[in-house]
Design a protein around this ligand. Structure first.
Ligand code: CTP
Ligand code: MG
Length: 181
């Protein structure tokens, strides 16, 4: 496959890890995951991490992966592009890992004395991608190895932050999000 095909296939595989953030912004709110608990004078996670947001993220990401799985087969191989399918374990692991990475980043941000919504360059843009890749690698190692070759991984790590900054800017301008990051 050519370089562009490798990048397109990698982003296709990452879509179920990208939607949870957006779903959480749209559907989030309500009871925080940490239940308001604090540790050493700081919130464990903060009000920005809610059960509703996390659930919406995992459900929407898994649903998208299963739809993509059904769509990929007829297209694959027709052009110089092999779109990967999604075994159920990968369909769940990608969004679950994305949400877990986002939650872990909030935990770290609170330990670093950054309030909810404060910017953490690097962390905010990659937490969910690293979480998704780690969960997928553990849950579906063979699938992961096939889909994320070293060049595909590189493309994901370099382009994900740009995509994240772009969509957050749109969500901020649209009044859906409090901060542009
Ligand atoms: N959100 C949610 N539940 C989640 C993740 C996100 O409800 N598990 C919603 C919250 O309304 C949150 C918004 O999506 O404010 C944006 O998410 P994010 O930028 O991750 O949260 P922040 O508010 O910036 O909080 P933090 O500093 O902890 O990242
Ligand atoms: Mg934020």
């Amino acid at each position: 496959m050519g370089t562009i095909a490798v990048v397109v296939a990698a982003f296709w595989a990452m879509l179920p890890a990208y939607v949870p953030n957006n779903a959480a912004v749209l559907a989030g709110g309500g009871r925080p995951i940490d239940g308001g608990r604090t540790w050493r004078g700081r919130r464990l996670l903060g009000d920005g991490k809610t059960w509703r947001g996390a659930t919406a993220g995992v459900v929407s990401g898994t649903a998208l992966a299963l739809v993509q799985d059904a769509l990929a087969a007829p297209f694959s191989g027709t052009i110089d592009l092999v779109l990967p399918g999604f075994p159920v374990v990968a369909a769940v692991a990608l969004p679950l890992g994305a949400v877990a990475g986002d939650v872990a980043a909030s935990f770290l941000k609170r330990r670093l004395d950054r309030e909810r919504g404060a910017v953490a360059p690097g962390l905010d843009q990659l937490d969910f991608a690293v979480g998704a890749l780690a969960f997928a690698a553990l849950a579906a190692p063979a699938w992961f190895g096939r889909v994320f070759s070293p060049p595909a991984l590189l493309a994901v790590v370099v382009l994900t932050p740009l995509l994240h900054v772009g969509t957050n800017l749109v969500a901020y301008r649209a009044g859906l999000k409090g901060e542009p990051w």
